[in-house]
Design a binder for this molecule. Structure first.
Ligand SMILES: [Zn+2]
Ligand SMILES: [Zn+2]
Length: 266
C-alpha cells in the first residue's frame, strides 16, 4: 500500500505532492483539454475535420475524462449558443443579467437550471436531434462512462490517494473552470456590462483572451475567432495564438489520421 508511504492526501496537501502526482495532474489535464476541444467541440459539434471512427472514439474517451456530461447534451447546448448568441435562447449569455451577476450566471449559474429549448421543432432538430439515430449509441455511452471514470481511477491506481485528489478531483475542477471561463469571461464586457433588452443585446460580444490562452492551451480562449467562423477547425488562427489541438490536427494529418481539415481564411 505505497500510497500510505507516499503520504495520505492531507499530508501531501500540506507538504507538497510528489513529481509522480504532478505528472498525472498535468498529463490528464492535457488529455481532458484536448479531448473536449478536439472531440466534443470541433468534431462532434462543428464537424470541422474528419477522422476514422476509432480515432473519434479515442478522442471521445479523453474528452469524457473532463466530466462535462455526454457529448450529445454538450453539443445541443453549444449549438443553441451559436444559433442565438447573447439572445433569449443562448443557454449561458452573461447579458441575461447586469454586471457581475451576468458573469456568474454565464460561468456556472446556468448549469443549475434546465436549458430552455426553442419552441420551433425544426430548430430543436437542427440543434442535434439527428444524433439519436447514431448506430453505436450504446457503445457511445460505454465509452463516455469509461472515459469519465478513468479520469479518477487511473491517477488513483498509479499515484494513490494524492493522485486521486490532485490529478482526479483537482484536475477536473481546474479543467471545468477554464472551460466555463470561455462562456463567461469571453462573452463579458468589463466596463458597463449591460443586460440585454429582453435578454438580447445589439450583437454577440465574444472576444479573444490571450491571458486565458496560456493556462488553457486548448485554443478555446480565441473565442472571437471561433464565433467569426464556427466551422473552422483551428481556433488559434495566427501562429502565436496558442492552440494545442491545432498542432495535434496538423501533426496527425501528416500521418493520415485526420483529413478534410477546415482551415481558417487567414
Ligand atoms: Zn461563445
Ligand atoms: Zn463552437
Amino acid at each position: 500500500m505505497y500510497w500510505f508511504r507516499d503520504g495520505i492526501s492531507w499530508h501531501s496537501f500540506v507538504h507538497g505532492y510528489s513529481r509522480k502526482v504532478w505528472f498525472w495532474f498535468f498529463g490528464i489535464y492535457m488529455l481532458r483539454s484536448i479531448g473536449v476541444s478536439l472531440g466534443y467541440h470541433r468534431l462532434f459539434t462543428h464537424r470541422s475535420f474528419k477522422c476514422h471512427f476509432f480515432t473519434q472514439e479515442v478522442i471521445h474517451f479523453f474528452g469524457a475524462m473532463a466530466a462535462q456530461g455526454h457529448w450529445y447534451d454538450w453539443r445541443r447546448n453549444h449549438k443553441q449558443h451559436h444559433w442565438d448568441t447573447e439572445g433569449p435562447w443562448d443557454p449561458h449569455t452573461p447579458t441575461k443579467y447586469k454586471g457581475i451577476k451576468g458573469l456568474l450566471w454565464a460561468h456556472m449559474g446556468w448549469l443549475f437550471f434546465e436549458v430552455k429549448e426553442p419552441p420551433n421543432a425544426e430548430v430543436i432538430f437542427a440543434l442535434g436531434r439527428e444524433n439519436t439515430t447514431m448506430a453505436n449509441w450504446r457503445w457511445d455511452k460505454t465509452v463516455y462512462f469509461l472515459g469519465m471514470l478513468s479520469g479518477f481511477v487511473l491517477p488513483f491506481i498509479f499515484a494513490g490517494f494524492p493522485g486521486l485528489l490532485l490529478a482526479g478531483f483537482g484536475g477536473v475542477v481546474v479543467s471545468l473552470e477554464f472551460t466555463w471561463a470561455i462562456n463567461s469571461w469571453d462573452h463579458f464586457r468589463l466596463v458597463f456590462h449591460k443586460k440585454g433588452v429582453h435578454g438580447r443585446t445589439v450583437k454577440e460580444q465574444s472576444k479573444n483572451s490571450p491571458l486565458i490562452a496560456i493556462p488553457n492551451f486548448s485554443g478555446e480562449p480565441w473565442h472571437e475567432n471561433h464565433h467569426r467562423m464556427a466551422s473552422v477547425a483551428f481556433l488559434g488562427w495566427r501562429w502565436w495564438q496558442i492552440d494545442m489541438p491545432k498542432w495535434v490536427l496538423i501533426g496527425g494529418e501528416n500521418f493520415g489520421i485526420f483529413w478534410d481539415i477546415n482551415r481558417p481564411p487567414v
